[in-house]
Design a protein. Sequence first.
Length: 530
Amino acid sequence: MSPWIILLIIFIIGFSLRIYKVTSVPPSLYWDEAAMALDAKFISQTGYDQHGLDWLQVIYPSWGDYKLPVYIMLSGLLARIWSFSPELLARLPSVLAGSFFLLIIYGLTSEFFHNQKTALVAAGLAAVSPINLHLSRVGFESNLALFFNGLFLLSLLKSRKKAVWLGLTAFSGIASFFTYYSSRYFLVAIVVLYLILIKDNWKKKLGISVLLLTLIISCLYIYRLNPYAKSADWLRLSTKSVMNNTQPVLQSSLIIDQTGNNFLNRLLFHRWLFASHDFLKNLAVHLGPKYWLISYDANPRHNPGKTGALYFAWFPFLLGGSYFLYQKNKKTFFFICLGILASIIPAAATYEVPHALRSLNMTIFTSLLLAYGFQQWPTRFKSRVILFFLLIVFLAQFGAYLHDYFIHYPKRAYSDFQYGYKQAVLMVDRDYVQAERIFFSNYYSRAYLYYLLYGYSDLTEFQKQNNKTVGETEKIDKILFRQPSNEEINQLVKTSILLPYEEKDKVENYSQEIINSPDGNPIFIYAKNF
């Protein structure tokens, strides 16, 4: 069979696994997905975001977390082409990025190993990889950035022979820079690795590298010109990291005081040594077997919770691929290993580890090692029994993973995806005309996003009311996004109220409807007194 037919089949399988039930699994849109879909809805219908700002901007204020623009712009473009449901609008860019990433992996593997069979294996493995599969089914900016970063590396390598590829290199680099914040570190690292390790004419390499680094610096300059840049940087720098954690400072001071405040002790027990220890420990978490085989992230939004970044049966091929490549081509081996380290650094710098999104670029390089291991293993180890055993183990775990993902995962992760707000909005819409006042619980916070996304229709009027303010919206017309006081509950007439189910006794004199979770447990009570 033609390799191109096989690649097409792999692409179709990968796309099918990513698009199947994507509007219902995961069970609903979490905050960031809802916010991006909402801004996409605004710019597709009005040309401005929810704050009345022009669609062409480098930072979208959103609900106060200052998002980069590419994912939102791409969603807005899709909304102009077709009327998608909010769920599909939020997740389709990620589905497409994850699917076309398979072609990127195919191209990169061909570029590194010059073997079409190995490239097909790499694409096939990425199609069913648990980490790539799940993160392609949620509206994660990091997954879109992964596609652009892979394209950046592929076109950079191809530009050695044909300079025309530099145009695509520049485009993908700019797109990645304005898609996900940690991409800027990854792009610089790739350029540096290219300059040091990739075989090419030094003058040409230096010229390309200077051009790309200038491009990255220019993007950073454009970013810094935005009035929201300082707020966006402060928000991200306020995350606890090895750079701003005070604990190493306290540890250093305490030991220096105990051992004597002299030059040698200040040097031996400097705070940066303690911070470096934390950084290396965080780095090791992403390289350990628990990350690869048990759980690559504790956040249920990032990881369904029943597997690591790889299937058990793949781990020997990852180790074998690393060993075989080191033996055969040390320069390529070190490039891939340093690429993995460069991918982990943004995640290791913080204390929220392991972090699948910040370290996702690592899958570019682990896919190469895996594919090389699959290529070399049969020629090094002749035992078909072992290969057959590993195949059975993989098929069993893959089947169990899919069963858990589509059947059980939506039932245990519903609260992490703010399930219930969409159902509540539909109830509010039904009674909107009759009600004089509506209280909409902010139980999960940012409830207004879901009301604007699923119910509110006069977007232009909201933009006027919002008046370019950033943060939570507390009121839209007759709807108040808070829980009412006991006095308000007892005194108001023609009022509907959405409350957490635990507070159902507060509205016992109201007509009540229950909103259940996917596993059948009540989560909200919708009540009205008319």
